[in-house]
Write a new protein. Structure first.
Length: 239
C-alpha cells in the first residue's frame, strides 16, 4: 500500500493469540486500514485512551478481563464502534457480546474479505450523518436526528450510534412493519451475511433505554414472524 494512500480508519485489534493478531494486523493494513494489536483488556483500555481508534475488534476470550468485560467498560463512556470475535457461531456468545455493547460480530474461522466489509459498513454508518429531517416527538420521547440526540421527559438518553440509527429508522415510518433483513440493510448496511440476532439484541438494548417497561414495550413492538414496528402510544395511552 502506498505511503500516500489515505487510511480507511484506525483499528485496534484486541486478540491474545499472537499469530492471529499479527495476521489480522497485516490483512487489515492490506485492506487500507491502520491497525495495531494488543493481547489483553488492560492494555486495550490504555491504547484506547492514548490513540482514539475508529473501531475496536475484540475477541471474547481474553486473559484476565474478558472481551465482554472490555465491551462493557468501553460502553460506560464511549460510543466507539465495536466488533466482537467469537470462537464459534454460538448463540450464547453472540448474544452476550451484543448485549455487552458490541455493534456486530464475526466468528472464527472468518473470511478476511467479509471482516473488512463489516468494518467498512460499520465505519460508514458511524461517520455518515443521519439524513436531515425534522425532530420527531412522540409524547415524552423526542428524537432530534440533526443533533444525534434522544430525550425522554426532557432528559437526554444515552444511545450508541447504532441504537440511535435503529431508532430513527423505525420512527421515520410509524406503524410500518420492518423485517430484520430490511433493518440490517438500512441500518447495518449489509444483508447477505447479516444475522437477525444482531437486530434482536439491539432492539432489546434500545427498549431498556426508552421504554417505560421494557418487558411490555409501547414504542417498539414485535410483530411475530415479521419483524418490528414503531407504534408510539397516543397521549391518552401513555403510562
Amino acid at each position: 500500500m502506498s505511503g500516500t494512500t489515505e487510511s480507511l480508519g484506525r483499528i485496534l485489534i484486541v486478540e491474545d493469540d499472537d499469530r492471529l493478531r499479527r495476521a489480522l494486523r497485516l490483512a487489515l493494513r492490506e485492506e487500507g486500514f491502520e491497525a495495531e494489536g494488543v493481547g489483553d483488556a488492560a492494555t486495550a483500555l490504555e491504547r484506547l485512551a492514548d490513540t482514539s481508534p475508529d473501531l475496536a475488534l475484540i475477541d471474547i476470550m481474553l486473559p484476565g478481563s474478558s472481551g465482554l468485560d472490555l465491551c462493557r467498560s468501553i460502553r460506560q463512556s464511549s460510543t466507539l464502534p465495536i466488533i466482537i470475535i467469537t470462537a464459534r457461531d454460538d448463540s450464547h456468545d453472540v448474544v452476550a457480546g451484543l448485549e455487552a455493547g458490541a455493534d456486530d460480530y464475526v466468528t472464527k474461522p472468518f473470511v478476511m474479505k467479509e471482516l473488512a466489509a463489516r468494518i467498512r459498513a460499520l465505519l460508514r454508518r458511524t461517520r455518515s450523518a443521519v439524513e436531515e429531517s425534522p425532530s420527531m416527538t412522540f409524547g415524552e420521547l423526542v428524537i432530534l436526528p440533526d443533533q444525534g440526540r434522544v430525550t425522554i421527559g426532557g432528559e437526554d438518553v444515552s444511545l450508541t450510534r447504532t441504537e440511535f440509527l435503529l431508532l430513527c429508522e423505525l420512527a421515520q415510518s410509524p406503524q410500518r412493519v420492518m423485517s430484520r433483513d430490511l433493518l440490517l440493510a438500512n441500518v447495518w448496511g449489509y444483508d447477505y451475511f447479516g444475522d437477525g440476532r444482531v437486530v434482536d439484541a439491539h432492539i432489546r438494548r434500545l427498549r431498556k433505554k426508552i421504554e417505560p417497561n421494557p418487558s411490555e414495550p409501547v414504542y417498539v413492538v414485535t410483530v411475530r414472524g415479521l419483524g418490528y414496528r414503531f407504534d408510539p402510544p397516543q397521549e391518552d395511552e401513555m403510562p
